[in-house]
Design a protein around this ligand. Structure first.
Ligand code: PXP
Length: 241
């Protein structure tokens, strides 16, 4: 099972101050050195974290591959066709949401999403659809003949109590089995962290997990003392001159 590291929230910190740091290029290249199998980023319509230029700067520097998350809009399709990431994962997007809160509705948007998939596929990009672990959505993905889907694990991550979590896990396993039987590659992600990823990582036939927020959050504290000590060291050195 591969790990796609989502670096959006490195850009969230950068955008909070409008600085050039922390560098998303450094985040991506260091993630690759640490074992990431792909780098995931989401260009949102409101550009709250990644900016267009980030995609262009990052693409030629990646040693693994770029998995670009996008809403299925004409503007985003044109950007994808220009940047040419290896993968595009189509996601639903609402401006007021904090993060991608659900999967695509393939039932009500079948034709429009199919059209977007065709445009991207014709441009040489592998398309993935971010969908809930719901049999009706899987059926539509099969009908659409997409090569990859990503199962939304957000509800699993939000479950309170083991019973609820096991029910959601069963839905995820059934959805993966169904998609696999039709030859679709299955990824999964959203809301996974160091204490809930184990059950998902134990499911066979998931190709890749995409994880962001938990890794960025953990990285803050893994480097916290180093960062404080270094700043304190500089100040002390200057103060004694
Ligand atoms: N997969 C998809 C399609 C997403 O939209 C996101 C969030 O941007 C993730 C995975 C990663 O989610 P998290 O940041 O909660 O790990």
């Amino acid at each position: 099972m591969k790990l796609g590291v989502n670096i959006d929230h490195v850009a969230t910190i950068r955008e909070a101050r409008g600085t050039s740091y922390p560098s998303i290029i450094e985040a991506a290249t260091r993630a690759e050195k640490a074992g990431a199998d792909s780098i995931t980023l989401h260009l949102r319509e409101d550009r709250r974290h990644m900016q267009d230029i980030d995609l262009y700067e990052l693409k030629p520097l990646l040693k693994t591959k770029m998995n670009l998350e996008l809403a299925p809009t004409e503007e985003m399709i044109q950007i994808a066709l220009d940047v040419l990431p290896e993968d595009v994962c189509l996601v639903p997007e609402r401006r007021e949401e904090r993060t991608t809160e659900g999967g695509l509705d393939l039932i009500n948007n079948f034709n429009s999403i199919k059209k977007v998939c065709n445009q991207l596929t014709d441009g040489g990009i592998r398309v993935s659809l971010f969908i809930a672990p719901d049999q009706a959505q899987i059926e539509k993905a099969i009908l659409m003949k997409v090569p990859v889907i990503e199962i939304h694990t957000g509800h699993y991550a939000d479950c309170i109590g083991l019973d609820e979590q096991n029910r959601e896990l069963k839905k995820i396993i059934n959805a993966i089995t169904h998609a696999n039987q039709s030859g679709i590659i299955v990824n999964a992600g959203h809301g996974l962290h160091y204490k809930n990823v184990q059950q998902i990582a134990s499911i066979s036939n998931i190709d890749e997990l995409n994880i962001g927020h938990a890794i960025v959050s953990r990285a803050i504290f893994e480097g916290w003392e180093v960062a404080v000590k270094e700043m304190k060291g500089i100040i002390m050195e200057c103060a004694h001159k």
